[in-house]
Write a protein that binds this ligand. Structure first.
Ligand code: IMP
Length: 436
């Protein structure tokens, strides 16, 4: 300690929420540092299921400080919908939540841009969550049309919204109809009506005021004071804007490399990175997925694992475990130990396969290709392992797993090159095997 991070090592949806929830017991602060309401973290305890999107998973323990740091993009409507539904279920949210004044705000124009631009991507849509994430990050990097949380409290806020709404409206009018049939020019004008947006966001600003502060400074003080800080990654490493399967990625650094830039806490305070993987692979949206099983096997994984998006409810694409991709993501993130999730989903398969290398145009790759086109052409080389029939959801000790399940876990650890410290065999907090 003081810093421990949890990052996904596949294409997201690795069940990071459960690992964060478990580690929160030993933390004083939990930080979301990138992404936005595109994320969906499910936490189950006491038989109750909670779905989180923007709020850090630390929120269920009121002694823990939950922080939404500057690298996150915030849609205030989603934020308050989430806060309201958690409060209605008895969760305390007041001083235990902090929101960075540096975080960028998502506005209605970002969602329209997301809808219009997604289909403009080359031959295959990115298949975004349509939450306006990419366009908001685009404005952040472009600077001129960006609005941060702290800007809502400045006297020029209204003027700025008017200016940007007008600019976006004029730009987007040239694109609707051309690239997208969902919006007409008149619908655009209604959606981007500056007066309505100002009034809506002024209300959000007032509600948000109690949470807003300089979280970077808070976190730097926290690590100096040796507080135990847990960094909660969203999405997965293979969706990282710089190191993932570009352009089929999200717009933030969702691998381990994003922890410092998103939170402001320097890397030397991050003592341990915990990588989270599913015992198989899934992906939502477009892009190459070498071990995808678009067949009965994939269907079986989807049904047993309930592989439907938390945010968009889209069926997830499913396939075999890809050790090449996970090894890459684990190295990229400086991962020390792995949490292997949803192992129970694999009970009942006759055989299981793990991808150990790819063939691309006659060349063998045992490292992850940098070019998405190569990944699209990749033919996996598999190691085939025997499956097991026994249900394993009640197993509490590694020794009590069926021998073939233990062998599967062992091979994943060997092929990825990292030790496995935790195995999840069910959604509930209790359904976890800890390995020392
Ligand atoms: P965006 O983040 O909404 O721009 O979507 C970009 C890509 O990342 C799409 O393929 C999404 O399906 C994927 N994506 C974004 N957030 C998540 C997530 O939390 N889990 C899994 N995939 C995600």
């Amino acid at each position: 300690m003081p810093g421990v991070a949890v990052v996904g090592l596949q294409w997201g949806d690795e069940a990071k929420g459960k690992v964060v929830d478990i580690l929160t017991d030993q933390s004083d602060v939990v930080v979301r540092y990138q992404g936005g309401a595109n994320a969906g973290h499910t936490v189950v305890f006491g038989g109750e299921k909670y779905k989180l999107s923007l709020i850090p998973s630390g929120i269920f323990r009121s002694r823990v400080q939950s922080v939404i740091a500057g690298g996150v993009v915030i849609d205030p409507k989603s934020l308050f919908d989430e806060i309201d539904s958690l409060v209605a279920r008895g969760v305390t949210i007041d001083k235990n939540l902090m929101i960075s004044d540096r975080a960028h705000l998502i506005f209605p124009w970002h969602k329209i841009e997301d809808a219009i631009l997604d289909s403009a991507n080359r031959h295959e849509a990115i298949g975004t969550t349509m939450r306006g994430i990419g366009p908001c990050y685009q404005d952040k990097v472009g600077r001129s049309l960006a609005i941060r949380v702290g800007d809502m409290y400045k006297s020029e806020f209204n003027q700025r919204v008017e200016f940007i709404a007008d600019m976006k409206s004029r730009r987007l009018s040239g694109l609707v109809g051309d690239l997208d049939e969902k919006y007409s020019v008149s619908e655009l004008k209604t959606e981007l009506d500056a007066r309505r947006i100002i009034s809506e966001y002024t209300n959000y600003a007032e509600r948000m005021r109690q949470y807003v502060c300089d979280t970077t400074n808070y976190l730097l003080d926290a690590v100096d004071a040796d507080k135990r800080v847990l960094f909660e990654g969203a999405q997965g490493s293979l969706l990282d804007i710089d190191h993932g399967t570009f352009p089929f990625v999200t717009s933030s650094n969702s691998s381990g490399v994003g922890i410092s830039s998103g939170s402001g806490v320097p890397p030397n305070f991050i003592n341990k990175v915990f990588g989270v993987v599913k015992a198989y692979s899934t992906r939502v949206g477009g892009g190459p997925f070498p071990t995808e099983q678009d067949n009965e096997t994939g269907e079986m994984l989807r049904n047993r694992g309930n592989e439907y998006g938390t945010v968009t409810k889209r069926p997830r694409r499913c396939g075999w475990f890809d050790a090449v991709a996970v090894r890459y993501a684990a190295r990229l993130g400086g991962v020390e130990a792995i949490g292997l999730m949803l192992l129970d989903v694999l009970s009942g398969f006759d055989i299981l396969k793990i991808c150990t290398s790819y063939n691309v145009n006659g060349r063998t790759y045992d490292s992850f290709p940098s070019q998405t086109e190569d990944l699209r052409l990749a033919v996996p080389n598999y190691e085939t392992l025997p499956g097991w029939d026994e249900a394993i959801s009640d197993v509490q000790r590694y020794e009590d797993l069926p021998p073939n399940a233990k062998y599967y876990v062992q091979r994943i650890s060997e092929l990825v090159g990292k030790k496995i410290e935790l195995i999840s065999v069910g959604a509930d907090r209790e359904k976890t095997i800890h390995i020392n």
